[in-house]
Ligand binder design. Structure first.
Ligand code: DLL
Length: 429
């Protein structure tokens, strides 16, 4: 398959070269965080390990792991490894606990981010002469700015439309000839719905780059069909430096390539935190090799995936591929003794003809038992009975299924919230 690259030599170098670069960079980054950050130094000391102990790539397993808590406990900048005067930008995500996670960037970090993101645009087949429309918000969320920095680096014509006002988004796409649209998954669906209800087409649009949310295969198929374009799954997070830092799927659509010259990927057992063999599902754990201000070392992301292959891809790239994110360690729901992820419900719902893309999973207590209720928008003719039957076949227990008219369930700006807990006063949280 012929492909577009941003840094062909680096994206296609052989495994021995990747590993050589990784070891040099791992040794350097460990020395950097140990010398410049007291929190990192303490955690290395507590684990009885010094940067000099990293002699091979396998020695990474000697280093302590961290998770979001390390960011929250040291809010706002306690994990930062450079002087504040060197910081050029910051982004932030807020999670369920309320204490945000902050990522500071030096100018070099912004360039590293832009480079990873530029590689993603190229991997989606975008050409530097084309128009990209960036629909995530420009603000503390890393989505808008990351896609912007990458587009600048790659040379695209940017329409920085930001979040919301779907009718205007479509007008802009028509007026400026948008070829590449980027956004969070649920916003892609929103655009698709608007096009369907207004009977509009965007003939110039050729691909969509979406992420930030659970992205089941069924959802990808709907977006591909509904928008009539090739759809890509982009991955990244605040803690690794933002959207695109970790990678994306290529035109072979056979897993997410992770930029291995910038990041080391490990899959750790979700309970023991020990490495699992390739092919087994576990917690994606990331070490940032090329960041200055806040390089994460063995950051347990909370995302579940597996290594699909370290072999060269038909697109020519050699960077390993992981499975699309399957869910989060803390997302797993256990109801009536059955473990499942919200993404399994999504996959089951979307297999039902006439079921639309907006749904809610509601966990409620009923006389001391936990019940699940699934509210979903659907076209006339789809009944709660059908929804319940399909969910039972897929999950092995029977959630209640309620069908709502198209457009009647609430929608959020930014990432869609899918799982709700019924409070004692009946409200949803
Ligand atoms: O969501 C970065 C991003 C923006 C990615 C725009 C793609 C597009 P955070 O707000 O820090 O950053 O959230 C990161 O979102 O740990 C995953 O749980 C989830 N996530 C991100 N990308 C994907 C994806 C951005 N492609 C958290 N598939 C991550 C599934 C994703 N989940």
């Amino acid at each position: 398959m012929s492909d577009v690259y941003f840094e062909k030599n680096l994206e296609t170098m052989d495994r021995a070269e990747i590993e050589k670069i990784q070891l040099e960079r791992l040794q350097k980054i460990c020395a950097h965080v140990y010398a410049n950050n007291a929190t990192y130094r303490k955690s290395f000391d507590a684990a009885g390990v010094k940067p000099e102990d990293v002699k091979t790539l396998a020695d990474i397993a000697k280093l302590p792991t961290i998770n979001k808590l390390a960011f929250r406990e040291t809010y706002p900048m306690g994990l930062c490894c450079v002087d504040k005067k060197k910081i050029a930008e910051m982004h932030m995500s807020s999670g369920s606990t309320g204490t945000p996670v902050v990522m500071p960037y030096t100018l070099a970090d912004l360039d590293q981010w832009a480079t990873c993101m530029a590689r993603c645009y190229a991997m989606a087949g975008a050409l530097p002469t084309e128009v990209v429309q960036i629909t995530p918000s420009f603000g503390l969320f890393n989505g808008g700015f990351g896609m912007y920095h990458g587009a600048r680096k790659y040379g695209l014509f940017v329409v920085p439309s930001g979040a919301g006002n779907t009718a205007r988004q479509i007008k802009l796409a028509k007026d400026f000839g948008t070829r590449v649209v980027t956004g969070v998954v649920s916003y892609g669906l929103r655009i698709m719905e608007e096009l369907e209800t207004t009977g509009t087409t965007l003939p110039e649009l050729k691909c969509g780059i979406f992420g930030a949310e659970s992205f089941s295969d069924a959802m990808k198929k709907r977006l591909t069909g509904g928008l009539g374009i090739e759809v890509f799954d982009i991955y990244g997070m605040t803690e690794t430096g933002g959207v695109g830092t970790l990678g994306q799927d290529c035109r072979a659509h056979d897993g997410i390539h992770v930029w291995e010259d910038h990041y080391i990927v490990e899959i750790l057992h979700r309970d023991t935190h020990q490495p699992v063999p390739d092919g087994e599902i576990g917690e994606l754990t990331i070490t940032a090799l090329t960041r200055e201000a806040l390089p994460v070392i063995r950051f347990r992301t909370g995302d579940l995936s597996k290594i699909l292959t370290r072999e060269k891809c038909s697109c020519g790239r050699t960077h390993l591929r992981v499975a699309p994110i399957m869910g989060r360690v803390d997302d797993m729901l256990i109801v009536k003794g059955v473990n499942f992820f919200p993404s399994q419900i999504e996959q089951a719902l979307l297999s039902i003809p006439g079921v639309l893309n907006n749904y809610q999973i509601i966990i409620e207590e009923n006389h001391g038992f936990t019940d699940v209720r699934v509210n979903v928008e659907a076209e006339p003719g789809v009944t709660g009975f059908t929804v319940e039957k399909v969910l039972k076949e897929t999950l092995g227990f029977s959630p209640k299924g309620d069908v709502f008219a198209p457009g009647s369930l609430p929608r959020q700006e930014g990432k869609a919230k899918r799982v709700f807990y019924r409070q004692s006063d009946g409200s949803l949280a």
